[in-house]
Design a protein around this ligand. Structure first.
Ligand code: GLP
Length: 258
């Protein structure tokens, strides 16, 4: 894993957006995997800015989102479909029909999840998957104990995740208890993964994911098996990294063209 420690959230967002933009310029019909949460909002803002100011073209892009709350339809204020529309899709020129967010209201979960996996395969696989990390080390909604080979499925959220996400809902009891989530195995199949991590509350999870053992207890640690993962984090999130000096040294050498 490549770890890039950025001065602050803005810098992290800009550097991460640059990776996405470079791919879209090189491959206009790229398949992008997107994540929700507050971590990638700055990245999405920067992509929207690049679209407006630099003409970054998403007209041939296809997108797949990681997850959606079960029971919420796409118009619900806290649905991840609505989040993506408001934070990114409404501000760039990706055709809405090319954007895929798991359905929170499918009649048959199993059938829907199998179809979602098929759709990703039919699109040629995900070229670049954007990820955040939960404070318990989860990616997408793959909570501790999720199989590292898991595919898209219905998952039960942990108490920790329900608490973390209750800030977005009027009442804690409104947070859906289940979600549809790409599996760890689905994410590992993406050609490249890009994780954005900010804030002191993510320091322990990031250190465990990057430098701890690969374990289903920290599902983000499975990225250690991924051949091409880059992590952009801010200073507070980097606080627990033991190899920090080494990561900085690598970036210094790269910048110097060595
Ligand atoms: C949810 C999402 C994850 C996200 C995590 C962290 O659990 N399913 O994809 O990474 O929240 O969110 P935030 O970036 O708001 O801390």
């Amino acid at each position: 894993m490549e770890v890039v420690i950025c001065a602050n959230y803005d810098e992290m967002s800009k550097q991460a957006a640059q990776v996405v933009a470079d791919l879209v310029r090189a491959k206009p019909d790229a398949v992008l995997g997107f994540a929700t949460g507050t971590s990638p909002i700055g990245l999405y803002k920067e992509l929207a800015r690049m679209h407006k100011a630099e003409g970054l073209d998403f007209s041939e892009v296809t997108t797949f989102n990681l997850d959606e709350y079960a029971g919420l339809d796409g118009t619900h204020p806290q649905s991840y479909r609505r989040f993506m529309n408001e934070n990114l899709f409404n501000h760039i020129n990706v055709p809405k029909e090319n954007t895929n967010v798991p359905s929170g209201t499918a009649a048959d979960w199993r059938e829907f999840c199998d179809e979602y996996e098929e759709m990703i395969i039919d699109a040629g696989g995900i070229d670049l998957q954007v990820l955040g990390i939960g404070s318990d080390g989860h990616v997408a909604f793959n909570e501790p104990g999720s199989s590292l080979g898991s595919a898209t499925r219905l998952v039960y959220l942990t108490k920790q995740t329900l608490d973390d996400n209750s800030r977005f809902f009027d009442r804690p009891e409104d947070v859906p208890r289940t979600a549809i989530s790409m599996g760890v195995g689905t994410i590992l199949e993406a050609h490249q993964c890009l994780m954005v991590v900010n804030g002191a509350n993510k320091a322990a999870a990031l250190a465990a994911a990057v430098e701890g053992p690969v374990t289903s207890m920290i599902t983000a640690s499975a990225l250690q098996w991924h051949p091409d993962t880059i992590v952009f984090c801010d200073e507070p999130a980097a606080a627990g990294l033991k190899m920090r000096d080494y990561y900085d040294w690598i970036q210094k050498q790269k910048a110097a063209g060595e």
